[in-house]
Design a protein around this ligand. Structure first.
Ligand SMILES: Cc1cc2nc3c(=O)[nH]c(=O)nc-3n(C[C@H](O)[C@H](O)[C@H](O)COP(=O)(O)OP(=O)(O)OC[C@H]3O[C@@H](n4cnc5c(N)ncnc54)[C@H](O)[C@@H]3O)c2cc1C
Length: 383
């Protein structure tokens, strides 16, 4: 288990400042901000629409400095969060390999989520609660849920992701745009990959570039957070262009005929779409990646989105994480950005809790600049 025996910050010793925050969305941005706010004495309740514990089925996340900084502030062990890769391999069609030294830690969404979720008090993490509306009321803000209940607090944090209900209400014309391509993704247990291919992918970041497309793979922790060789998983991501009007709808229609907004989860891809993807992989990829995709039992797909917002601070309301900015995944920065938003928000409130809106205004200056910069960088990388 990735937790150290070191206890978490003794929250009972943090003086209460009698301020309450409501957080909408109990994924990474919600947990980073909720846990960090508790360290400065705020009462926090997280409201998550999912009725069960979230699970990404183990997708990979490149571990960045901001996540480590947030975990250190929360006294969560950072030593066992991922698999260390020390080099990159760029594969070529003729079988050649270019090797570049680069050290990175490759984690999984599940480890980061579970590391925080198990340390957040259960009675303040409310599942099956879907926000319907936010109502700013003087120096307070009220969240109205679809079940008819409501909660009032000093601050509401919209950490409700790409289709944020909070953002839809506050910035109705700001919506994510399809970037022109999708990411096919998949996971393969180490034990299920042929040894020759496994040798190429083990403990390195491996890329193959092809016209208007590229595919990458790396090892991440196993299903049960195992970092032990042989019990981990290969994680791959393949970017392929599709036309938004003529091709994308078929890709985002699952095996039951249901059209999804942005992604199809594992085991739900339509058989014809999956077959076409596998045939195309066999046609254009190099052997190690062909083998990796052939060994993938349940590939999944998500469309790549661009989103920037003109503001993140509103009356007693903050927008954070993917609710505010969605950088392209080539930046490997969405999770780090969620951590950075939360770290800065909590520092601003710690310095100026007497005037929450002044603190929010000060906070958003750097966060807007960083979000815009990251999204621009991602568009350059994505081409
Ligand atoms: C289940 C899951 C698995 C993921 N797996 C990966 C992965 O493997 N690799 C990766 O790089 N990224 C993954 N992501 C995305 C990653 O979490 C984000 O890109 C990034 O970390 C920022 O997270 P976020 O909390 O801002 O947004 P998100 O992670 O999208 O979380 C938003 C949360 O808000 C909840 N929500 C939305 N609307 C409402 C509402 N009206 N009321 C209440 N709750 C609401 C959603 O259910 C969701 O839990 C995953 C996200 C989720 C939700």
């Amino acid at each position: 288990m990735p937790l150290s025996s070191e206890p978490l910050i003794q929250l009972s010793t943090v003086p209460s400042i009698n301020k309450r925050a409501i957080i909408i969305g109990g994924s990474l941005a919600g947990l980073f901000s909720g846990m960090l706010l508790r360290t400065i004495g705020w009462q926090v309740d997280i409201y998550e629409r999912s009725t069960h514990q979230l699970d990404s089925r183990g997708g990979g996340v490149v571990l960045q400095a901001e996540v480590i900084a947030a975990f250190k502030q929360l006294a969560i062990d950072t030593e066992n969060l991922g698999v260390v890769a020390t080099e990159r391999y760029y594969l070529y069609k003729d079988g050649g390999i270019e090797k570049v030294a680069m050290r990175q830690t490759l984690s999984s969404w599940n480890i980061l989520y579970r590391s925080m979720h198990r340390n957040f008090p259960n009675q303040h993490y409310h599942q099956g609660k879907t926000l319907a509306q936010v109502l700013p009321e003087g120096s307070k803000v009220t969240a109205v849920f679809t079940d008819g209940t409501h909660e009032t607090a000093d601050l509401l944090i919209g950490a409700d992701g790409p289709n944020s209900t909070v953002r839809q209400q506050l910035l109705p014309t700001t919506i994510p745009q399809y970037a022109g391509y999708v990411a096919y993704r998949g996971l393969v247990d180490e034990a299920n990959l042929q040894p020759a291919a496994a040798k190429i992918f083990t403990e390195r970041f491996v890329f193959y570039d092809l016209p208007n497309s590229h595919i990458l793979a790396y090892v991440i922790p196993g299903e049960n957070e195992s970092l032990v060789a042989g019990k981990r998983r290969f994680n791959w991501v393949w970017y392929v262009n599709y036309d938004e009007l003529t091709e994308l709808p078929a890709l985002l229609t699952d095996k039951n005929g249901q059209l999804h907004t942005h992604s199809i989860p594992p085991a739900m891809m339509a058989p014809a779409v999956e077959r076409t993807m596998r045939d195309y992989a066999n046609l254009v990829l190099v052997d190690p990646f062909k083998t990796l995709i052939a060994a993938t039992k349940e590939p999944f797909v998500q469309s790549i989105l661009d989103l920037t917002v003109p503001r993140m601070a509103f009356d007693n309301i903050a927008l954070i994480g993917d609710a505010a900015f969605i950088p392209r995944p080539h930046t490997a920065a969405s999770t780090a950005k969620a951590a950075a938003n939360a770290l800065a928000l909590v520092a601003a409130l710690d310095n100026g809790a007497d005037d929450i809106n002044k603190a929010l205004q000060a906070w958003q200056v750097d966060q807007l600049a960083a979000g815009n910069h990251l999204c621009k960088h991602g568009r350059r990388l994505g081409g």
